[in-house]
Design a protein around this ligand. Structure first.
Ligand code: ADP
Length: 188
């Protein structure tokens, strides 16, 4: 199965993706992690990416699409992918459908972690002290949330229409959310 995990910055997508990946033998494909890897490599592409991420904006659709196609096209990951942080706008959602079709796959379920702004702010400021991510400063985190509302939220409607969407209360504890997600996946 392939699944998409969806939610605002700080919703817990990464934490839950890691849990699902190990429990169901899937592969977590985090576009944020892939982009941060590019930055670490200190390539020209990396410096362009770093500039955009540190403004709280979205990296270009083409850059991210090229990164994920490597995984979608690989036999090792066929029907084993958790898309964590992709798609982030409607164009990416359409692109993901097309890429999956090209490699004879599809999305089986979309999990939306629904979390309020107050919780998000609290979690991001906690993460800031633990991971020291440059884009977790309060100012950039606020920009990322605005980007989410403007570009990413419309994608929820896209998946509602295709009946793939399952909404999960992301305010619960990590364990509670784990259980809720496991039940959904086991029911598919
Ligand atoms: P979070 O979900 O907490 O915002 P991520 O690690 O998923 O963190 O993403 C960090 C940043 O990487 C985003 O703010 C954005 O700039 C960039 N990014 C990640 N995924 C994408 C994507 N699919 N398209 C464009 N930019 C992306």
């Amino acid at each position: 199965m392939n699944l998409v995990i969806f939610g605002p910055p700080g919703a817990g997508k990464g934490t839950q993706s890691k849990f699902i990946a190990s429990k169901f033998n899937l592969h977590q494909l985090s576009t944020g992690d892939l982009l941060r890897k590019e930055i670490k490599n200190k390539s020209i592409l990396g410096s362009t990416i770093s500039e955009i991420i540190n403004k709280g904006e979205l990296v270009s659709d083409k850059i991210v699409s090229d990164l994920i196609e490597k995984f979608i096209s690989s036999k090792n990951y066929k029907n084993r992918l958790i898309f964590d942080g992709y798609p982030r706008n409607i164009n990416q959602a359409i692109n993901l459908d097309n890429l999956l079709k090209k490699y004879d796959q599809k999305i089986d379920v979309v999990l939306e972690l629904s979390v309020g702004l107050k919780t998000i702010k609290k979690r991001i400021s906690e993460r800031q002290t633990q991971e020291n991510r440059s884009d977790d400063s309060q100012e950039i985190a606020t920009r990322r949330f605005e980007t989410y509302e403007k570009s990413t939220e419309p994608v929820i409607d896209y998946y509602k229409k295709s009946k793939l969407l399952k909404v999960i209360n992301g305010e619960g504890s990590i364990d509670e959310i784990n259980v809720e997600i496991s039940d959904i996946i086991e029911g598919i």
